[in-house]
Design a protein. Structure first.
Length: 453
């Protein structure tokens, strides 16, 4: 094939067996010994922050990277951005990279915001004329007012990330890397950032996005990678990887809890073993301690019959069938509803109702106070008028132990993704609204004489 007709490689980021090793010294003098006697003896131990990581990202893709603190996410991004050299393997990136790796990275704290804009944009390859042409757009997006001419050392963390992000997204990069930095911005700025990221994606910009915000990763990216102890633990569609990530967090929390019990002999003797049980779906779709389980989920209509299609205003009932394997209290039976784009539309459980009862907003029996016996089967029906927009919806179900009355100390007993599905349809000639939910608005024409003074 001739060079004129050759298509550009669709892979813009390629990592092949990448690893980063650090030398850990027990004592300061060991560094000197290593320098003097490195051919005779090793005075350090190896710590691999990243090891055997391989993946590819295609042009225009948005890929999330998740993992616990210390899993190697930032180290991997630094190697991709070129600010850190790998100890083994290789990383190649095609095109211009813009990276927002940490708060204030690349800023000179003694320079003003304006001076740092020109400095950073020049580092990214823009000429002075190009920076002049884009400066107003950068300042407008950052929206920090007169502080643009004040030293960066006087900035708050939010102002600093505003300016840094504004510079990175205005240089029209081929690859944009964002590492948790947006978490310090306010809600309005984050909304503006996500809109800008979507705009960049639509023009073919490749996005690598690291965040502990699972909802952002699920909705902003189509594919994700889960790192654990420096290695790839899972990779695939973002929704599946986020579930793996939540399972990993649950495992860590369970291990911590067991360690706490083991350090208290009296509690360790009284602790009851977990009763194993078959999950409702495959193990990939669920996780939990299984002290209690969701064994069935049904979506029903107002008459209690199974249903899969609803119109706005119709009664929506979700019925959970659960079994409790040991005597327990403080249980919460709940659901989460997502649309087909993966956006969480609603989450609710019996504890939400209990909170309303405690506050006096409604009356009824408090589920949280009730004791459930070992082997007891429980049926919980959650009902509401359907106010969702036209879409296809997934129901996630769970039963959890809430050791605090206001969701501040949760032990997940059983969680299931894709427990049930339903669809909402709207007939435009009957009842119509646009958007994700029905606010059930009403319109009134106010005549001049009826308008209050």
């Amino acid at each position: 094939m001739s060079s004129e007709n050759a298509r550009p490689d669709p892979v813009v980021i390629r990592a092949e067996d990448v690893g980063k090793c650090y030398h850990m010294y027990e004592r300061p003098q060991d560094r000197l010994k290593q320098a003097l006697f490195r051919w005779r003896r090793q005075y350090f131990r190896e710590f691999w922050a990243v090891r055997h990581v391989s993946f590819e990202v295609r042009r225009g893709e948005a890929v999330g990277i998740v993992g616990r603190n210390g899993s190697g996410k930032s180290t991997l991004l630094q190697m991709i951005a070129g600010t850190l050299a790998p100890s083994e393997g290789s990383v190649s990136v095609a095109g211009r990279i813009a990276a927002l790796l940490e708060l204030g990275s690349g800023f000179n704290y003694e320079f003003t915001g304006r001076e740092n804009v020109y400095l950073n944009a020049a580092i990214l390859g823009l000429s002075p004329r190009e920076i002049d042409e884009r400066f107003d757009a950068i300042a407008s997006f950052a929206d920090i007012g007169s502080f643009i001419d004040q030293p960066v050392k006087t900035y708050s963390s939010g102002m600093m990330v505003r300016l840094a992000f504004a510079v990175q997204v205005q240089v029209e990069p081929d690859v944009l890397i964002v590492d948790e930095a947006l978490a310090v911005g306010d809600a309005l700025f984050q909304k503006r950032c996500f809109q800008r990221l979507e705009d960049l994606r639509s023009t073919g910009v490749t996005l690598l996005f690291v965040s502990h915000d699972q909802e952002s990763v699920r909705t902003l990216t189509s594919r994700a990678i889960l790192l654990h102890e420096g290695r790839v633990r899972a990779a695939g569609p973002s929704g599946e990887v986020i579930l793996d990530y939540r399972r990993l967090l649950h495992e860590a929390e369970t291990a911590w809890g067991r360690n706490q019990v083991a350090n208290r002999p009296a509690l360790a003797k009284s602790a009851k073993p977990v009763v194993p049980a078959e999950p409702l779906r495959s193990a990939r779709m669920s996780f939990g301690t299984c002290d209690a389980e969701v064994i069935g989920v049904r979506v029903c209509d107002a008459s209690g019959r199974p249903a899969s299609v609803f119109k706005p205003g119709e009664e929506l009932r979700i019925r959970l069938e659960c079994v409790v394997h040991k005597r327990m209290q403080h249980l919460n039976f709940g659901i989460r509803i997502r649309n087909k784009q993966g956006v969480k539309m609603y989450s609710w459980g019996t504890l939400n109702q209990d909170i309303s009862i405690w506050s006096g907003r409604q009356s009824g029996e408090v589920t949280w106070d009730r004791w459930f016996e070992a082997g007891e089967r429980v049926t919980v029906e959650l009902s509401a008028p359907c106010t969702l927009g036209s879409n296809f919806y997934e129901v996630q179900a769970h039963v959890s132990e809430e050791r605090d009355r206001f969701y501040r100390d949760q032990n997940m007993l059983h969680w299931i993704d894709e427990a049930a599905f339903f669809q909402v349809v709207i007939h435009q000639d009957d009842y119509f609204f646009g958007g994700a939910i029905d606010l059930q608005m009403r319109a009134s024409l106010l005549h001049p004489g009826a308008v209050p003074a």
